[in-house]
Structure formats: structure tokens, C-alpha cells
Design a protein around this ligand. Structure first.
Ligand code: SF4
Length: 328
């Protein structure tokens, strides 16, 4: 007897080519999960407007992201890939959901507080306040039961659960209350030592970078500032390069730690080794990426297929929503 697999909704904003932080923080997890769950992968192109109103590169960024996902191992047959903007039901459900949560509740959302701090008050628009409401529509339109997220996104899943509860109580049970599934590996620090690797901070190693580009970028990576010369003893636990070794070169960790702490190992050699290991890990990815880049029609076909599958589910859900709400 087969049991019904739970459904997962996961997505990213298309802000450019993906980096190793995306691989570690999300993609590896998604690839594993597609064997246990029914996954739906959302390209959150409307959400991207909260950080950039210039849409001239939005389409190409979306295509680049599809290629990155496929190269990382997302199987589009198991896991449909689709753009939020192409499934109009997202905006319709967002509108209904926006009646089910108070502005006071949304103002208490901790990620809004982060955005206000980063942006300044004048740049905060309604879309920032409503971000978790649109995200709730993204998840619940597909009746997502599980959402893979980092720790910082858990408050959004709580808002989604509250909206689902409120809807079900008001009109009848349509939606599940999704559970967050925490991503195992903590987020990867940027080359500059910033806790977050991000395109806007210019501190990334892209999944598509060549071995030479990786080595060049690695030269700029922040290490232990107290280790000035090769023979100075270092503190690997405060070094960004060491954190990359932990992920991409785990078997050499004891040797690197002792070499760094004793001063036998210098940062230049350590960085070269780290670059080589990252390049080696990304080699199959680059190869698959080159394949998909050379097959634009195949990529568009995969996207169109994913959008057809997503649309079918979205229409079904909205039909249930309208029926219980008695609006046609
Ligand atoms: S030797 Fe390696 S781990 Fe130690 S501080 Fe230098 S780069 Fe970091």
C-alpha cells in the first residue's frame, strides 16, 4: 500500500546567478527532498520587486535560475518549476488572504523590522508589509504541507499557519497548516566575513564561476586578522576560509586546524587548497550548466511544462476557495 506523499513548496527570488550560499542553504536540501516529497519550485519574480523595481533583467534572471536549479540536480519531472507571475491565482489568493490578517500583526513580523533597518522608513512600501501574505498565497495555493526554510523565515511560516487557520474557520477547511522544515547547514558567510553571502554585497562565489575565478575571489577572503605572516598561529574558527573547508573539504579539517593553529600552514596555501576543493565540487554543476545553456528551447519547455502543472493545481484550489466562499 502506498501512502500519499506530502507536498512541499519552496522558492527563491530571481536576483541573478546563484552562489554557493544558495547551494548549501537550499538547493542541496531540495534535491534530497524531491525523493521523499512532491515538490513545487517557485520562481518568486513578483517578490523580487520588493528589492528592485527595475524589471529589465527579471526574465533573464528567472531563466538563469532555472538553469542553475537544473544543473544542481532538480528533476523537473518530479518537481515542477514555474514563475509566480505566470500563475494569476497567486495574486487573487493574496488579495483574499490580505483580509485575514491585521496590519498590527504584520508590523510585528521580525523580517519587516530587518528590512526597515536596512532600507530606512521612506523606502518601505506596502509590498514589504504584505510580503508574508503573498508568501502564504504561494504556499497554500499548492496546499504545501512542508516548507524548507532557514531559521529567519520561520516567522513567515507562522503567519501562513495563522492565515490558513483563519480562512478554514471563516469559510470551511480548504488549507493545511504547513510546517517549517529547517535547513540543516547554517548559512554560508560571504567572502568579506559578512554573515550573509549575497549578490548585493558583492561577496559571493557563483556556482557558475570557473576554477580561475574562484581562486581570484578566494584571494580576497577574510581570514584571521591576527595571523599576519605564515608562521603566526591562527584561529580557524574565526576564519571564513575555514568555514568553506568545513563544507567543501571535510576530510582535511583536522590537518588544516592543526596546521593553522601551529603556524605551519599559511593562508595563501590554505586558500589555494580551498579554491581547488570548491572548484572540484562544482565541476559537475558547471558541466550540466553548460549543457542547459546550449539548449534554450529545452529549458523553456521545462518551464512551460512546470507552469502548466502548477496552473492546474492553482485552478483547482481557487475553485474550492470560491465554492466555500460562495463567490461563484
Ligand atoms: S591558515 Fe587557513 S584557516 Fe588558518 S587563518 Fe589562514 S586561511 Fe584561515
Amino acid at each position: 500500500m502506498t501512502s500519499k506523499r506530502k507536498r512541499i513548496l519552496s522558492g527563491m527570488r530571481p536576483t541573478g546567478k546563484l552562489h554557493i550560499g544558495h547551494l548549501v542553504g537550499a538547493l542541496e536540501n531540495w534535491v534530497t527532498l524531491q525523493n521523499e516529497y512532491d515538490n513545487y519550485h517557485l520562481i518568486a519574480d513578483y517578490h523580487a520587486l520588493t528589492t528592485n523595481l527595475d524589471t529589465s533583467e527579471l526574465y533573464q534572471n528567472s531563466i538563469d535560475m532555472v538553469i542553475d536549479w537544473l544543473a544542481a540536480g532538480i528533476d523537473p519531472v518530479k518537481s515542477p518549476i514555474f514563475r509566480q507571475s505566470q500563475i494569476k491565482e497567486h495574486t487573487e489568493l493574496h488579495l483574499i488572504f490580505s483580509m485575514l490578517i491585521t496590519t498590527a500583526r504584520l508590523e510585528r513580523n521580525p523580517t519587516l523590522k530587518d528590512q526597515i533597518r536596512d532600507l530606512n522608513m521612506e523606502s518601505v512600501v506596502y509590498g514589504h508589509l504584505g510580503y508574508p501574505v503573498l508568501q502564504s498565497a504561494d504556499i497554500l495555493l499548492y496546499k504545501g504541507e512542508v516548507v524548507p526554510v532557514g531559521e529567519d523565515q520561520v516567522p513567515h511560516i507562522e503567519i501562513t499557519r495563522e492565515i490558513a487557520r483563519r480562512f478554514n474557520l471563516q469559510w470551511g477547511i480548504v488549507f493545511p497548516e504547513p510546517e517549517p522544515k529547517l535547513t540543516k547547514f547554517a548559512r554560508l558567510a560571504g567572502l568579506d566575513g559578512n554573515q550573509k553571502m549575497s549578490k548585493s554585497l558583492g561577496n559571493t562565489i557563483l556556482l557558475s564561476d570557473s576554477p580561475e575565478e574562484i581562486q581570484k575571489k578566494m584571494r580576497t577572503a577574510v581570514t584571521d586578522t591576527l595571523k599576519v605572516r605564515k608562521n603566526d598561529p591562527g584561529r580557524p574558527d574565526v576564519c571564513v576560509v575555514f568555514s568553506y573547508h568545513q563544507k567543501f573539504n571535510p576530510t582535511e579539517i583536522p590537518d588544516i586546524r592543526s596546521g593553522c593553529e601551529s603556524g605551519v600552514l599559511g593562508c595563501v596555501d590554505c586558500k589555494k587548497n580551498c579554491s581547488a576543493k570548491i572548484a572540484e565540487t562544482l565541476a559537475p554543476f558547471r558541466e550540466k550548466r553548460a549543457y542547459y545553456e546550449s539548449k534554450p528551447d529545452e529549458v523553456l519547455g521545462i518551464l512551460s511544462d512546470g507552469e502548466m502543472k502548477a496552473k492546474k493545481v492553482a485552478i483547482e484550489t481557487m475553485s474550492e476557495v470560491r465554492t466555500v466562499m460562495k463567490i461563484g
